[in-house]
Design a protein around this ligand. Sequence first.
Ligand code: 6PG
Length: 244
Amino acid sequence: MQIEVESHPNLVELSISAAKHFVRLAEEAISERGRFSVVLAGGSTPRKLYETLAEQYRDKLPWENIYFFWGDERLVPADDPDSNFKLAHDTLLNQMPIPSKNIYPMTLHPLAPDKAAAEYERQLRDFFGAHDSSFDLVLLGMGEDGHTASLFPEDSDVLMEREKWVAGVIAPDYRPPPERITLTFPIINQARNVFFLVAGESKREVLRKILNGEDSKSEYPAGRVSALNSLRWFVDYAAMGERD
Ligand code: 6PG
């Protein structure tokens, strides 16, 4: 696995670069396998990437060959401001020529977390079939506590999961909403490529520990992510503690 770290002056520059690498991987995957499967990240950081893809690449990719999944979702209605689906739908998906069959939302509200997780896993296994279980690209953010997707440091059960691809979780009080489903390490770390998008001074301490290999106890879920081919960190100067 190749690990790369790209540091950019700000979130806009970070997102422009991430968009270029997204397109590169999409073209490679479609050329080699006829399709590109990508897991979208939630939170706020990826918004600019989604907007950049919609603004600059609408006519530059065969979007009908791209399949969209989510790394985690809050179990709220699809039109709820907290919905990770809504973020991607409003900034990217509803502006591109993407067939609805290519979009696999996790918005399985009002199913309970465990039932929603089992249903989403069924959809994933149906998509991959018997011979594959690798997303071409997984996009992830990272919280100030080192969580990623909805894999939180306190949730040892889901961090130890070795079989299930999707799990129902209850997020800690400091990161509402509580009821969520999340991809687990078995499926995330099986991806061909992973991008982390991390911006802002609040992420600096944890990012430094992970990138410097100081996270020896793997207390930070983001530090336990790997990929089959490449793991690429897109970070801004504020998160890296660099000066413009
Ligand atoms: C979520 C996200 C989560 C997010 C980080 C960073 O549903 O909350 O999947 O893992 O990526 O919390 O969030 P920001 O990008 O808003 O800092």
